[in-house]
Design a protein around this ligand. Structure first.
Ligand SMILES: [Zn+2]
Ligand SMILES: [Zn+2]
Length: 142
């Protein structure tokens, strides 16, 4: 396992698949903003196609990268671990999760429907259920 301070290997030794997410010009991923995350074709558990750009110098990049690397970039912005969130997409196991259903959750369970204020309190939260092929599911407000 590479250490956290894993330096960029000088003489190549590229990863079997995927490259480190970083700005080649700035030599850091610090200013990198992900533009897209897509499943590889065919999907690979550990790799995704990413597009990103560097806010510092404006360069953009696109290549396959490890799920871990993508997570590291996203996690520096405080994303829930294990699930990558990008735009409207949630990625688990290296591919976007699919919507498997929708539902409604009542935030309140009014005891009486006679009360005129119930309408105000009776808030239902529309949700959608996202499912990963591994069986992982999460529910989100739609
Ligand atoms: Zn840069
Ligand atoms: Zn999964």
């Amino acid at each position: 396992m590479p250490t956290i301070s894993d330096p960029i290997v000088p003489n190549g030794a590229p990863l079997p698949k995927g490259e480190r997410i970083r700005c080649g010009q700035c030599g850091t991923a610090e200013y990198v903003i992900l533009d897209s995350i897509e499943a590889l074709t065919p999907p690979a558990a550990e790799f995704v196609d990413v597009g990103y750009s560097c806010l510092e110098c404006g360069n953009s990049y696109a290549h396959a990268a490890t799920f871990q690397d993508v997570a590291a970039i996203l996690n520096q912005r405080g994303t829930v671990s294990g699930v990558l969130q990008f735009g409207g997409e949630y990625v688990h196991c290296g591919e976007p999760m699919k919507i498997s259903g929708t539902g409604f959750h009542s935030l309140y369970a009014p005891m009486s429907t006679e009360d005129p204020t119930v309408d105000l309190l009776d808030v239902y939260l529309a949700t959608k259920v996202l499912r990963c092929r591994c069986g992982f599911q999460m529910e989100l407000p739609s």
